[in-house]
Write a new protein. Structure first.
Length: 329
């Protein structure tokens, strides 16, 4: 028997002897015969319990089968790995107090970041409880921290036109029109192929979060600039947006971001514009123009209308117009 096994027997016998009178050597002998059939390993105080890592791997495998994106899975793995490195216990032994102490020890970070970390822990422990791997969810009564509510950044109509004027190539203009007209996420635009665009129906299908497919639409202006860009292509790469230099290949998400920044820099909007700002702009301007919330929700690929409501902030001009139009005098 190894040292870990002997120490375990001594600890157990010592504990039992405090409760009831026993013959110490006889109990040790019987326990030795039982534990001889097992491999016992002592967990060091500064070592993460392997049980927690095992449960994290089970959780990630399950979420992958549910269709979560690799980006989301990587985020879960990172956050849960940090937690496991701090709270060195078996999953079933972790309490709400352990989680509070862990979150409270995180200094110098924003409340929104703490909220994101808690969200990952809630997903993990609620899954463990739902699978009956643990008896109770220690995060069930933990509420996310209050965060400052900031309006999503969005361009005004004038700034949008400035951005269009700042395009120096047909490819740049195609970027702007595609991102604004569809309200697509960067990842959704990145994966589009040339044959993805149905020019006759003036639409395309994209794969969003949760591997969900939806149809988005392209107005005449976007169709015109997309055709103009594709007519300059002499390569046989299937990607919708490709690199400018040979060998032509699908432009990376980072490449699209850099191109948008380059356009914005031309007109002094560098600090204001990103692919996600274009998505916000689509949502805000469309809602301000009278679109129904449910329709915009579907176009953006949001699973909940609450997410779309973040964009339902009308301009001062629009508020004045609505007040004048609907006030009963």
């Amino acid at each position: 028997m190894n040292n870990a096994g002997e120490q375990l027997i001594s600890d157990v016998v010592g504990y039992i002897s405090e409760l009831v009178p026993i013959h110490v050597e006889e109990v040790k002998s019987k326990l030795s015969a039982i534990t001889a059939r097992y491999h016992i390993q002592r967990i060091k105080e500064d070592e993460t319990h392997p049980d927690l890592h095992e449960k994290i791997d089970f959780f990630l495998a399950s979420k992958k089968l549910e269709g979560l994106s690799q980006i989301t899975l990587d985020g879960y793995r990172r956050e849960l790995g940090i937690f496991a490195g701090k709270v060195k216990k078996r999953a079933k032994d972790i309490s709400a107090a352990d989680i509070r102490v862990y979150l409270g020890s995180l200094n110098g970070i924003k409340m929104s970041t703490i909220g994101r970390k808690l969200s990952a822990l809630k997903s993990f422990f609620s899954w463990l409880a739902g699978e009956e791997i643990i008896q109770r969810d220690p995060t069930a009564k933990l509420k996310p921290p209050k965060t400052e509510k900031r309006l999503p950044k969005a361009l005004g109509i004038e700034e949008l036109e400035m951005l269009r004027e700042g395009c120096q190539t047909v490819r740049q203009r195609a970027f702007i029109e595609m991102l604004y007209a569809t309200g697509c996420r960067l990842s959704e635009v990145h994966q589009l192929n040339r044959d993805s665009i149905n020019f006759q129906a003036m639409s395309t299908n994209v794969i969003g979060k949760g591997n969900k497919e939806r149809e988005v639409y392209l107005p005449f202006k976007a169709i015109y600039h997309m055709k103009k860009y594709l007519s300059t292509r002499e390569d046989d790469c299937k990607a919708l947006f490709v690199t400018e230099r040979k060998p032509y290949r699908r432009l990376t998400k980072r490449g699209i971001q850099c191109e948008i920044k380059r356009i914005a820099k031309n007109v002094g909007l560098e600090s204001r514009v990103s692919p996600h700002v274009m998505r916000h702009t689509f949502a805000t301007l469309t809602l301000n123009n009278g679109a129904e919330l449910v329709a915009v929700q579907e176009l953006l690929g949001h699973s909940s209308p609450d997410t779309t409501l973040r964009y339902a902030r009308i301009t001062e001009e629009r508020k004045r117009e609505q007040h004048k139009k609907f006030l009963v005098q």
